[in-house]
Design a binder for this molecule. Sequence first.
Ligand code: AMP
Ligand code: GLY
Length: 422
Amino acid sequence: MKVLVLGGGGREHAIAWKLSQSPHCEALYVAPGNAGTNAIAENVALSPEDFPAVKQLVLDKGIDLVVVGPEAPLVAGIVDFFKGDDALKKVAIIGPDQNAAQLEGSKKFAKEFMAKYNIPTAAYQSFSASEVAEAQAFLEGLKAPYVLKADGLAAGKGVLIIDDIEEAKQQVAEMLGGKFGDASRTLVIEEFLDGIEFSVFALTDGKSYHILPVAKDYKRIGEGDTGPNTGGMGAVSPVSFVDEALMKKVEEQIVAPTIKGLAGEEYDYTGFVFFGLIKVGEEPKVIEYNVRMGDPETEVVMPRLASDLLQHLRAAADGNLASEKMEQSTDFCTTVMVVSEGYPGSYPKGKEITGLENVNDALVFHAGTKQENGKVLTNGGRVIAMSGRGETKEAALSKSYAAAKTICYEGIQYRKDIGFDL
Ligand code: AMP
Ligand code: GLY
């Protein structure tokens, strides 16, 4: 099979790395990719949101299967574009259609879906731009802290958690007034859930599913989970506080009903479902759905997937996932993200990265890098994910950290407490 991965981050490098090991993988392209994918695949410089350019590439290279890494092209309807185009119809594409992608693209849509299929989540109410007073009155009936969510995609900044009621009321007015553009002209206000978060992923063909290795990411920039949110500073798999009993609840109360709901709504959903979960007491609840793999969770999930991802994706695209056997390794995998100085605020790009050739006991997944004149340069806030594997979490972590220490660029930063229970 000739395969194209769309995207250019650590998630896409990890997916491409896993696909490249499949005996069924004849040719592998990543668009746009980065300096890491360049070493295992052919990079093609295009934006995954430029659908005509993607089509041209697929036809030129005779691509059989496309994996869509990030959410933006899915929310913009890339799957519908493929299915509605005579020349692309026979190409397998991994991702949900635009309608189902609203599970990530619209918080209100996701909450209504969970309510309909009785999937445990925080109690909520949604409000439109003309309902500022109603939304503020709703806050009065809740306990602090107040959780305000822009309905649409807001580059990871659309969720505010506020202790003071007056400030929350003010933010309600600002959000509904367009603080995050159209994304916040609809607002979801929900009950605060006090617990610890983890990430579960399933691959589905719209009818059946397989659950991938469970992971936890570390979202804040600072040690002890302090400071602003980032795309993710590290991850571990498996997760110490997620035992078999909890996973059983997750599967019975959340994963199975979600897949049933996808079928019930007749969504066209071939791809990954990302369940952003929180353990409250002993009970799992859904914080959010994403319609793609997580980043940096993928950088610990892929190394622990023992069976052939490409074969699973082909089966999913053919509607035959039920007959697949997915296997997980029993080892631990951890990843430490090295980032640019200033991240998640503004940061420089183009800093030369040295020492990569000396990393010999970790998987190096590039996130924001590019190759120029034989040099590898930083090209993003999150730069490289160092994934270590071992018989224990500690052994895996020591490999991740040894790798992080081996490389160098001006302003390199990373959290020193990835893998600790917080
Ligand atoms: P979301 O974009 O919905 O994943 O929200 C971003 C982050 O806000 C989550 O990862 C949680 O840390 C936090 N969060 C969202 N909703 C809640 C909630 N109902 N209770 C507590 N924390 C939440
Ligand atoms: N690591 C969280 C995400 O990918 O959204």
